[in-house]
Design a protein around this ligand. Sequence first.
Ligand SMILES: [Zn+2]
Ligand SMILES: [Zn+2]
Length: 411
Amino acid sequence: MPVAALVALGRDGVSPNVGQSGPAVVAAVDPDSGGAAPAPAGGAGGSFAVPQPAHATASAMAIGGNAARTRTAADDSRGAGLGVPACQHVVSVRPVRAMVLEQAGAPLVAADRPVPEPGSGQVRLRVRACAVCRTDLHLRDGELDAPLPRVLGHQIVGEAEDGRRLGVAWLAWTDGTCRFCRSGRENLCPEARFTGRDVDGGFAEWTVADERFCLALPDDLPDLQLAPLLCGGLIGYRALGFTGDAERLGLYGFGSSAHQIAQVAVWQGRRVFAFTRPGDEAAMALAREVGAEWAGGSDEPPPEPLDAAIVFAPVGPLVPVALRALDRGGTVVCAGIHMSDIPSLPYHDLWRERSIRSVANLTRRDGEELLALAPRVAVRTRVTEYPLEEAERALADLRAGAFKGSAVLVP
Ligand SMILES: [Zn+2]
Ligand SMILES: [Zn+2]
């Protein structure tokens, strides 16, 4: 497509699809879930090649099958449409189950807790689904700090007591008064609190959230499709915005975020080039399935120079690799919250107005834009479903790259 056509594809996220002819496919991307490229043990980064565990199970296609439970059409339609039953204001008096991080580096612990009481401005939500993010894994493994004990999970599809279905994402609260908040950059608020890190999240049957930070959810997407959009999709969407009008887009680490945002990018008329762990044929197949015109190992050069690249994998050595894949004037966007060290690089690789930048958190506006766009793009997220009590196994599978796409916990 002509680059001029891409100029219209700004952050509004709803610009018409200029170049697409095939069926629309849209996925939400979780930047933290560059599942195709888990960091080596210890989080030291380095090799992009991590062996598949023996128990790795190929997910069934599309929104379907998984190692944890066989999905059905009825499952897929759950929560879609307007038929979300009102909760009748029934709040269980029995304790609610939560999976709690009590100690970094140790497995999550199942705990029975009182039903959480909403504070001023908060809404109480019954958790219908909560997706698993690489950030949850970083917190679990102690690569990111959190006040403990903590209930992780920041991609929550919840049901309020009045029956509304609401989304809770990573941004839990901001002060609203600092220069960042006042300039449309609440994602950078120094006082910001984050769901599942500073306040309890959605690896539980019930949670509470500041209602001002809850996102209205489109009626026509089921719970299991919406949950991974709420961070994977969102961070990917924010990262995609920083690629400007790039037509040839490289995605490094093809996990939850990448397989969702690839669909948005293709719908926008961009050309997607997917980089997975070398030899990860399943991830390459998923990439082609969601519209990538080329998929290969991260040790391979793209067939032609890229205009931009998004690095979802938390692997610093991929940054100079992505930089070298760029045409002049191109940008590398680092989408993760945590990454191993970036090796030194010759200035020549950066010269000619190439740039490297990061993406931090998200704004409510990002959420509103993506949730308006997702049904139009018809993002299809490949989901592996786990029972809430198996949160630790879902995290282990994410660490090992044992599933493709996104993992979602269902209480
Ligand atoms: Zn602020
Ligand atoms: Zn996340």
